[in-house]
Design a protein around this ligand. Structure first.
Ligand code: ZN
Ligand code: ZN
Length: 369
């Protein structure tokens, strides 16, 4: 991005005035990327974007990263600090900390600067201001999320076709990450959970070997030009374990119910309730141990959260997952996940990877690309 993301800054500035704040301070984070179009690494060296209620925004950046940020954000005035300097002192001078300003602080501050600011200014979280703005994606963001979703579908289908007994979870995970990188995506990740490991919702892929008769849960994603993908499928090798078909059918029905409930104007909690009620009716309520979904954008987990109690309304342009699951410790787990774009008439799926062949098919999934 070569010019300032003016529209975003204008909207944030308006929210800043409404909140009665003097400054918005955003350390290296997804919010930083969203507001500046530049990338800053979150390290011990303080980097931040500073937006005053009126006047010119600027960035505080260590010298060794100044050139890279200047190239990405030529419009942004930079306050460059040297290695021997105290960046918090530089910041304090620029925002007149001695006058006890009101600050909106983004996620990602280290404890040291955070406590200094908290002691000398009126500090509030910036999330209530930024999150609703970031949650509704514009056309360019949606295009990136759509491409990311297509890539994830392709990698899922290719992975389904290569699963076989004898591979380790890590080998499958490496295959997934390699495929994403070959498609040009960055920072790929994968949860590969075989057998009883599939009952752990956030299992870390291990050296466990896939075996015949087992469930294999694949949850994977990467980033396309900064925007994430996230998809889950549950497959099986040979004959699935006892009771699997009923559990799988219930989760798939819950997935469909959640997607059908996603629509602009409905509370986020309604999507959770739609998916959860299917699982509860089938008697597996206590085994669905997490929320039904989360927003996806510059971050894999971001608002809106589809969870009981969240009465915030879904708005057109939001992108979120629908990912019900049933986890039976010691046996297996099933989760199915698609991303949807919230539209006035309903949820439009970003994922179309085949779920699985009909239950009872003896061989692992041979799916059309
Ligand atoms: Zn996922
Ligand atoms: Zn997810």
């Amino acid at each position: 991005m070569s010019s300032a993301p003016d529209q975003r800054i204008a909207r944030v500035r308006e929210a800043l005035a409404n909140a009665g704040a003097d400054w918005l301070l955003i350390p290296a984070s997804a919010d930083f990327a969203w507001l500046t179009g530049g990338h800053a690494r979150a390290t011990e060296r303080l980097v931040l974007f500073a937006l005053p209620r009126t006047g010119t925004p600027w960035g505080l950046v260590p010298k060794l990263e100044a050139e890279a940020l200047a190239a990405e954000c030529p419009w942004l005035e930079l306050e460059v600090w040297e290695e021997h300097e105290d960046p918090v002192a530089r910041l304090a001078g620029r925002i007149q900390l001695d006058r006890r300003p009101t600050l909106l602080l983004g996620e990602g501050f280290r404890t040291g600067p955070l406590l200094t600011l908290a002691a000398r200014a009126i500090c509030r979280p910036a999330a209530p201001v930024l999150a609703p703005l970031r949650a509704c994606k514009d056309a360019a963001e949606l295009a990136r999320l759509e491409t990311a979703g297509r890539h994830a579908d392709q990698v899922m289908a290719e992975t389904a076709a290569m699963l076989r007994p004898g591979l380790t979870e890590r080998q499958v995970s490496r295959f997934i990450c390699d495929r994403f990188e070959s498609l040009g995506d960055h920072d790929p990740w994968a949860i590969v959970a075989a057998g009883p490991n599939a009952a752990f919702p956030h299992h870390m892929s291990s050296t466990r070997t896939l075996a015949d008769g087992e469930v294999v849960l694949l949850d994977l994603g990467a980033y396309h030009e900064g925007y994430g993908s996230d998809i889950t499928r549950t497959f099986w090798l040979g004959r699935p374990p006892e009771g699997f078909a009923a559990v799988y059918g219930t989760v798939n029905e819950a997935r469909a119910a959640g997607i059908a409930a996603a629509r602009a104007g409905v509370p986020a909690a309604a999507v959770d309730a739609a998916a959860r009620s299917v699982i509860e009716r089938a008697g597996y309520g206590p085994s669905f141990v997490h929320r039904t979904g989360h927003g996806v954008g510059l971050e894999i987990h971001e608002p809106p959260y589809l969870v009981a109690g969240n009465q915030a309304l879904l708005l057109a342009g939001m992108v979120h997952s629908v990912e019900p699951g049933i986890y039976l410790p010691g046996r297996f787990g099933v989760r199915l996940e698609d991303l949807v774009v919230v539209e006035p008439g309903g949820g439009r799926r970003l994922n179309h990877a085949p779920l699985a062949p009909a239950l009872g098919t003896p061989a692992p999934q041979r799916v059309a690309g």
